[in-house]
Design a protein around this ligand. Structure first.
Ligand code: IMP
Length: 179
């Protein structure tokens, strides 16, 4: 069982579900002032469980789309981002909520925001499940954060290690011998 590979659990399933409810309700209030329907953009694949949990608490009229960008292979960050799957529709003049699993160095969010503004987005808010502020290399913050975590590589609730462990329903740290 994959849970046997964990050294510890950092954020429990209950904590995640409760925080998603708070964040969802907060977002729902705030997007009332944005251009409807707001487009929720999930960054594949890590944001999928978070997006699913979050939108349960959004009563406003929204749309959803997904993008895939290149990021990690193993535990090391790569500098530039590459679009692997682009959005399906034009975002000219649209208001977006970018949904991320984790903001680490900040490169992905910073480059993505630049790219989406260049494509004509009107306003972009960023919501992330996790934030690792101690790892930041570029000057960027999410507008909404679920939990701050220490400088440790984490897995679960969408986050992977070499594509595995995304299906854990909580956030944990793997045993050292597995890296
Ligand atoms: P950034 O561009 O350095 O902020 O990295 C963002 C991406 O790196 C995230 O969307 C994750 O896919 C990946 N990432 C960063 N830290 C972790 C981690 O601790 N576990 C799993 N993936 C991570």
């Amino acid at each position: 069982m994959i849970k046997d590979d964990l050294k510890k659990i950092l954020v429990s399933e209950k904590e995640i579900v409760e925080r998603c409810e708070q964040l969802g309700k907060q977002l729902d209030k705030d997007i009332a002032t944005m251009k409807s329907p707001v487009l929720f953009v999930g960054i594949l694949k890590g944001s999928v469980p978070f997006m699913a949990e979050l939108i349960k608490h959004i009563d406003s009229d929204i749309e959803m789309d997904f993008m895939a960008v290149s990021s990690y292979s193993g535990t090391e960050s790569v500098g530039d981002i590459k679009i692997i799957k682009d959005l399906d529709h034009s975002i000219k003049g649209r208001d977006l909520v970018l949904v991320e699993d984790i903001v680490d160095t900040g490169t992905t969010i910073k480059e993505l925001k630049k790219l989406l503004y260049n494509k004509g987005a009107h306003e972009i808010k960023v919501v992330t499940l996790l934030d690792k502020p101690s790892r930041r290399k570029v000057d960027i913050e999410a507008d909404y954060t679920g939990f701050e975590v220490e400088n440790e590589f984490v897995v679960g609730f969408g986050l992977d290690y070499n594509q595995r462990y995304r299906n854990l329903p909580y956030i944990g740290v793997l045993k050292e011998e597995l890296y």
